[in-house]
Structures are given as C-alpha cells and as structure tokens.
Design a protein. Structure first.
Length: 256
C-alpha cells in the first residue's frame, strides 16, 4: 500500500450494515489517518446529506466530519454549478432538497433548466407525471446515481435507477447518470483527496459501481465481501477488482 496516498471508502456494506459498524472498519480509518493517508467516504445514496452521514459515522465509532463524505448529490450539484444551472425540477428527499436550495438552486416545475432524479423516498404519481412532461418537452434529464435498488435491513428497496426507469419507459428519454461508477464522480473524489487517481484506492462491496469506477479510472479497486458481492458473483463478473479481502479488518497493518 506504499504508493497509495488515500482511500475512497464506500459506506453501506463496507463500513457499516444498517446501524452496525463492520468490525475493524473504524480502526482501519483511524490507523490510515495516523499513517498520513487521506480518507473520503463516497456514496451514491443521496437520500441523506454529508452532515447526516458524518453524524451516523461518529455514532458508529468513526472519526468523521461532513467534509469527509462525498455523495452523488454533491457531485450532481458540482455538475450543475459548472453548467451554470440555477433552476431544477428535483425528485429527491427533503434532505436533498435542502442541499440544493442551500447551493442556490431554485426548485421549480415552471421552466426548469434540468430535470434531476435522485433517491426520492417520497415520490408520488404527481411528481412522476410532472417529470415525464418535462422530459418529453426536452428538459435535460440527470440521474444522481444508477442504482436500481438500495439494500436495507428489510431487503432491497427501489432506488434512483428504478425511478428513472419509470420516466424512461413513459417518455423514451434516458438520463445522464452522475454517481459511481461514472468518471465524473471518480475525478471529483480524487480531486477532493488532492491525489492523482493512480495513488487512490477505492474500497467497496459492489462490483458494478465501486470496483468498476476504480478499474475504469486508473485507481486500485479493493473488493470487500461484507456487503452485496459473494465469491460466486465475483467468479462470473466481467469487472474484476485488483484485490479481494473479506473485510476492511484484513487491511489492518497495511496502512503504511
Ligand atoms: Mg456498498
């Protein structure tokens, strides 16, 4: 790990499961920091804000500040800023709506410059009807992340990708997708660490988001088996990590 200057860490299935920290994960983060390695948590799940994730990480025994967490919602806001967008129709949680407003984006169904779909836990037929009208009228359509489902303690629940599939089925319009594994997310995360991608390792439990982002963007991809992926999935996957470990605990002692 000598050439690695920083780690991008996935949250669900990598650092915690529900309200339980994965054993060894808080210690791995602490040891990395004392060895001078940078840490940034990177998540596609933008139903909560960076501050809310930092509070959860602290509750589970990690040292974390809001600046240590990068969500697909924040990556989407960076994209909107670059494109000088300030009026959006958003399908998102109240927490994400607050983040957008705080960033100076007006949330409106009247003449928006972009249609943005996120992990909206309060989506309604009315919201979907308006979104479809806008997509059909040619308002550029953006998805914060591609995930079709989100793992929870009760099993999988429909995520942003499933909401987008509804809009695409009705209108024939597909979104431009922001979160992991897309290169925009990888570049923004590496920039946040202040490191070239070659010196960054991404540790995560999903092959088609975490590991695909790493291998397609010149980062080291380390798969943990504490979340979604099984050894059988790994054997049949076109996306292969650089390294496989049972859990973050297996990396203890290698942080130097
Ligand atoms: Mg995960």
């Amino acid at each position: 790990m000598g050439t690695i200057g920083g780690f991008l860490l996935d949250l669900d299935g990598t650092c915690y499961l529900g309200e339980r920290a994965i054993p060894g994960a808080p210690e791995f983060v602490a040891r990395c920091r004392s060895a001078g390695k940078r840490i940034l948590w990177v998540t596609n799940n933008c139903s909560r804000s960076a501050s809310e994730y930092a509070a959860k990480l602290q509750r589970l025994g990690f040292t974390a500040t809001p600046g240590d967490v990068f969500t697909s919602g924040e990556a989407t806001l960076q994209l909107l800023r670059r494109e000088a967008v300030d009026r959006v129709y958003l399908l998102g949680t109240p927490s994400l709506e607050r983040e957008f407003r705080h960033a100076g984006i007006a949330l409106t169904a009247e003449d928006p410059q972009r249609l943005v779909a996120a992990f909206d836990l309060g989506v309604t037929y009315e919201k979907l009807r308006v979104a479809c009208r806008l997509a059909r009228a040619g308002v550029p359509f953006i998805a914060t992340h591609p995930d079709l489902n989100c793992p929870t303690e009760e099993g999988s629940i429909p995520d942003c990708g499933a909401i987008c599939a509804f809009i695409t089925a009705a209108t024939g319009v597909s979104p431009r997708v922001v979160g992991k594994p897309h290169s925009g997310m990888a570049e923004a995360a590496a920039r946040r660490l202040g490191l070239p991608p070659e010196r960054v390792a991404m540790v995560g439990d999903r092959l088609y988001t975490d590991i695909r982002m790493a291998v397609e963007n010149r980062m080291t991809g380390i798969l943990v088996l504490t979340g979604e992926t099984t050894r059988a999935d790994l054997a049949s996957s076109p996306v292969q990590p650089h390294r496989v470990v049972e859990s973050l605990a297996d990396l203890l002692g290698e942080e130097r």
